[in-house]
Design a protein around this ligand. Structure first.
Ligand code: GLC
Ligand code: GLC
Length: 813
């Protein structure tokens, strides 16, 4: 069953009924001002940091799930009927409804009682504001007298404190109202130099800024008293809950349309120009006023929207493909790339499943997110890499997370996730391969943000590499620390206290528990570091990296192979995890995919055997399960992984993030049919027809799909913010379609299904447009290339100097 359809030409997903199984959301903003918006206008906005600079309030885990947002109400002033054109919060029956989620904007439209209303929400480029462009049309045969009410509820900035510290917060709310603009200035009188504003393009019949006055006592968003009565009360918030609400009246003749704009913005003032007059307590609005005036003008709003469309067209044009599979095309050409931007911006901090008050940006996550994003915005990737590296610790280890606003490592979570440092090498190598910008390695970057500790970025990579060599266990495999990629494999934790966080509780200084996964990651990172060192003329150092990679590779074969697949780990007692010897959790996905990805076992057939074991034991129609058999009880020595009921999350859920590792491994092993088959199983577009089972958005990946041990096998959870986005994009574009940036050029190495007779693609690479046509001449993956009609040796094409466009014909088979 479906709840909408893809409008591929417009790069929109069109939701045709409001009661989707879960709120289906979109992101607004892609630079510093962000919003989350659901298909019924729920959600919130923030400036840069969802926790520390929250602009509007949102109540988590609500019933219904998604309440609180960017609300507009329409009222028929002749009959007194009122409703929400976005369905929520009043949830009245609508004659028609559609929500179009597009690239950086969402348009929600509906009709009720002959009144059509459509609102386009977006954040203009380079501005810290969002525009709601409402168009109301009278489709009746008679004139309509209407009221429009807007409403946002302000958050008192620190979203965590806002949701907990009521004894203080109920007394600090402050606003100003000037020319119909509501200025939210809580705490501005003291240490803040920022405020929010909410403006409307139409003349006002009234306004409200105190929530209780707008809603009325004992009422919710579904029955605001002001709307019911058809009149605002011009309330001014002192303490309690500041809101912004405008009341606009209009009379529309039959067939007539009217546009009204609502604009919500964030403004910072220079510290010495906070007040106007300077000795007053009145917010200086001199900087905000021109911005407000500009965007209340519909022509400027339209121009800003056109600019946003063009911006996305430009970003997406970096890689476009036309394959025999519509689901592949959709994901590659629009939605997967688009999701990669969201994961780059948010890491795992703000979605409907990440509250934005918990985590900052993850070190390992952000580095992996680069894989899916670097080709679209290399300058921002560069900045992110330097920010991340600055939170690295002198030991080479890393804070697991950092706050985007302060860019400082997060002490609550700390470090000792022993895989973290290697992801920096992976991220930097992806950046170098895409851009060829070797200068980044010479950037001076501090450790732990300590002034005076600056070293070239290249030194950070060296320390990442050393970090593991300094921490080897009894088998010569890397010690796991708190956890490796699998946050829930906590082998040094032994937590028996209810409520204790597996992530942050003090672990023992384990010198026994080892991770085969980190071993594989180390091999991959060491080879990349060697390639980088070679190109810096450091031949000896490169050789050391290769020697250590080879040594680790051998160690994995010796101590990390279980007969038919790779082991997962050794626990604190030196016992195997992910082995035939185990009663449960005999085989894990991570090491099967990642060992092959690192090149371990590709030549001697171990990788092939491991992949066959995956197919036999872990693959399901809904994707590949993380491990089997699921843990049926809690294991003190394994930690959080065994805390989840079977089939969910890391305990035998389909953790979509690691499925692409197997796709890549299959591609490396030459099996394009398997690789693409796995790709299709979790491709959200391909799952659209089972939206009632899948339940999450059909246009983006979710973190997890319930595994076969769960009663809800096939049900997705935690959409949007997941490493799945970057890894799937990387797997399909670089390994299956085989358009692969390398240090010295773009490699063309498709490993596509036998049933495909080819595909076409455009890839922009270091300033050159590669127009690529791939044709299958027979089975297999051998590639012969012609560039601009002339046969060339090999399949690596350096960007030709002085050219902006080339044509590439690839024959495979
Ligand atoms: C989450 C985390 C990621 C981790 C994964 C597996 O997606 O954000 O860092 O690797 O779970 O536990
Ligand atoms: C925490 C969560 C776990 C999640 C992990 C990702 O451990 O409890 O479910 O996968 O973080 O970082």
């Amino acid at each position: 069953m479906q709840y909408g359809y893809f409008d591929d030409d417009n790069r929109e997903y069109v939701i045709t009924r409001p009661d989707t199984p879960l709120p289906w959301i979109n992101y607004l903003g892609c630079q510093e001002y962000f919003g989350i918006i659901s298909n019924t206008a729920g959600g919130y906005s923030f400036y840069r940091d969802a926790r520390l600079r929250r602009i509007t309030r949102y109540r988590y885990n609500n019933v219904p799930f998604d309440i609180g947002g960017r609300y507009l109400y329409l009222r028929d002033d002749q009959s007194g009927d009122y409703w929400s054109p976005s369905w929520q919060p009043t949830r009245d029956a609508l004659d028609d409804y559609s929500c179009r989620h597009g690239m950086g904007y969402t348009t929600i439209g509906s009709t009720r009682l002959g009144i059509a209303a459509s609102t386009r929400y977006f954040v203009p480029l380079d501005e810290n504001l969002e525009i709601w462009q409402l168009t109301v049309t009278n489709r009746r045969a008679t004139p309509a007298e209407l009221s429009v009410f807007s409403c946002v509820e302000f958050c008192l900035w620190d979203a965590q404190d806002d949701a907990t510290n009521f004894q203080r917060n109920f007394s600090i709310g402050q606003v100003e109202i000037e020319d119909g603009v509501v200025y939210h200035k809580t705490e501005y009188r003291e240490r803040r130099d920022h405020f929010a504003w909410f403006a409307c393009s139409a003349g006002l019949a009234g306004f409200d800024t105190q929530r209780e006055a707008f809603l009325g006592p004992y009422r919710g968003w579904d029955k605001p008293l002001a709307v019911e009565r058809g009149a605002a009360s011009n309330s001014e918030a002192h303490g309690w809950a500041p809101i912004g609400s405008h009341h606009v009246r209009m009379v529309l003749q039959p067939g007539e349309s009217r546009q009204v704009l609502f604009v919500l913005g964030y403004q910072e003032n220079p510290k010495d120009q906070k007040f106007d007059p300077p000795d007053s307590q009145i917010v200086n609005k001199r900087f905000a006023r021109p911005v407000i005036a500009r965007y209340l003008d519909a022509a400027n709003a339209d121009a800003a929207f056109a600019k946003l469309r063009a911006y996305w067209d430009g970003l997406l044009s970096v890689c476009q493909a036309r394959t025999p599979d519509i689901h592949t095309d959709r994901m590659v050409n629009a939605w997967n790339a688009y999701q990669c931007m969201a994961t780059f911006n948010m890491s795992r901090s703000a979605s409907f499943y990440e509250s934005g008050i918990g985590r900052g940006l993850g070190f390992r996550d952000s580095n992996q997110d680069l894989l899916g994003f670097v080709q679209m915005a290399p300058a921002r990737a560069r900045e992110r890499i330097l920010d991340l590296a600055a939170t690295q610790l002198p030991s080479g280890g890393a804070y697991h997370q950092y706050q985007p606003l302060t860019k400082k490592g997060n002490n609550d979570v700390g470090g000792n996730f022993n895989d973290d440092p290697h992801w920096l090498i992976v991220g930097v190598s992806a950046y170098l391969k895409e851009t060829g910008d070797w200068s980044i390695l010479d950037e001076l970057v501090p450790y732990d943000n300590q002034a005076g500790s600056e070293q070239p970025l290249f030194d950070h990579l060296r320390r990442s590499f050393r970090y593991t060599l300094d921490r080897l266990g009894p088998h010569g495999l890397p010690l796991i620390g708190r956890a490796d990629w699998n946050d829930c494999l906590n082998l040094n934790c032994f937590s028996d206290t209810p409520g204790q966080s597996f992530q942050t509780t003090t672990n023992k200084e384990g010198k026994v528990a080892e991770s085969v996964f980190i071993a594989a990651l180390f091999v991959l990172a060491a080879k990349e570091l060697a390639a980088i060192a070679t190109r810096r003329g450091l031949g000896e150092e490169a050789q050391t990296c290769l020697d250590e990679a080879a040594r680790m590779d051998a160690t994995v074969r010796r101590h990390g192979w279980d007969g038919d697949w790779f082991l997962r780990a050794y626990d604190d007692f030196g016992a195997k995890v992910g082995s035939k010897e185990c009663a449960e959790g005999k085989i894990f996905i991570e090491t099967q995919g990642f060992c092959a990805l690192a090149g371990i076992g590709l030549e001697d057939g171990l990788a092939r055997r491991a992949l066959d074991s995956v197919k036999e034991r872990l693959a399901t129609p809904h994707g590949i399960i993380l491990q089997q058999p699921a843990y049926s009880r809690y294991y003190l020595n394994l930690g959080e992984i065994s805390s989840y009921p079977p089939g969910y999350k890391e305990n035998a859920g389909i953790f979509c993030h690691n499925n692409p590792w197997v796709m890549i491994a299959e591609a490396m092993a030459g099996n394009g049919a398997n690789a693409h088959d796995y790709y299709s199983r979790i491709n959200p577009s391909a799952r659209e027809p089972i939206s009632d089972v899948h339940r999450c958005e059909p246009y983006v990946y979710a973190q997890m799909i319930a595994g076969r041990d769960a009663p809800s096998f096939g049900e997705a959870k935690n959409s949007w913010l997941t490493g799945t986005a970057a890894w799937n994009y990387y797997a399909i574009t670089q390994w299956i379609l085989g358009l692969r940036p390398e240090y010295d050029g773009l490699r063309i190495a498709p490993v596509i299904p036998d049933a495909w007779n080819g595909f076409e693609a455009t890839r922009k690479f270091r300033g050159v447009v590669y127009n690529i046509a791939v044709r299958r001449a027979g089975p297999g993956n051998r590639v012969s290339l012609k560039v601009d009609g002339r046969p060339v040796e090999g399949n690596l094409i350096p960007p030709p100097a002085g050219r902006t466009e080339i044509s590439v014909e690839a024959t495979i088979g």
